[in-house]
Design a protein around this ligand. Structure first.
Ligand code: AMP
Length: 193
């Protein structure tokens, strides 16, 4: 099963993606996590990435498309995956769809996490205290949310229009367990189709 998660930073999609990947025994592909791992490599790319990520801006499409195409072709992803944090721009979405077409696969389900931006801000502030993520301080929250609205929201709209049968809006203000149940119900129905 191949699943895409959309949602603003702090919408809880990472938590849900992790739980769902575990439940379905498929890979959780969080581009944020993959990039954060790269920060520890200490090379010139890692310094550049750190600067971009800690400001709340987006890393280049070229780097992301390269990372993702390599991952999607790997053995670990042959059983399925959850894309969490990708595609985040129209250019990434174009790349993913043409990559899917030329490699003969398609996306089974798209979950779009919807939440009030005020709640997002409160959640991110709390997370920054708990996890000490350098991209979670108040100064960069606005940039991260602005980037979501400018770059990623149009991508979710594109998927909602063009893949309406597979596209599901999720109320992300609900409890973690409630959301989990809702996602599993949608997946069960999709499997029985
Ligand atoms: P996340 O953990 O998904 O919020 O990602 C953390 C940061 O990594 C983002 O604020 C971006 O700087 C970068 N990032 C993650 N995924 C992408 C992507 N698909 N395109 C561009 N930048 C990304």
């Amino acid at each position: 099963m191949k699943i895409v998660f959309f949602g603003p930073p702090g919408s809880g999609k990472g938590t849900q993606a992790k739980l769902l990947a575990n439940e379905l025994s498929i890979v959780h592909l969080s581009t944020g996590d993959i990039l954060r791992d790269k920060l520890n490599e200490g090379d010139s790319l890692s310094f550049k990435l750190k600067e971009i990520m800690s400001s709340g801006n987006l890393v280049s499409d070229e780097i992301l498309n390269q990372i993702i195409s390599k991952k999607l072709m790997s053995q670990e992803c042959s059983n399925g995956y959850i894309l969490d944090g990708y595609p985040r721009t129209i250019s990434q979405s174009d790349f993913l769809l043409s990559f899917a077409k030329s490699n003969g696969f398609y996306i089974n389900i798209i979950f779009n996490f919807k939440i009030d931006f005020k709640i997002v801000e409160e959640r991110i502030i709390l997370r920054s205290k708990q996890e000490q993520r350098s991209d979670d301080n108040i100064d960069v929250i606005k940039t991260r949310i602005d980037k979501y609205i400018e770059e990623t929201f149009p991508v979710s709209q594109f998927f909602s229009k063009n893949f309406s049968q597979n596209f599901h809006n999720i109320d992300a203000s609900q409890e973690v367990s409630e959301i989990q149940k809702e996602l599993m119900n949608i997946i069960k129905k999709a499997k029985n189709k």
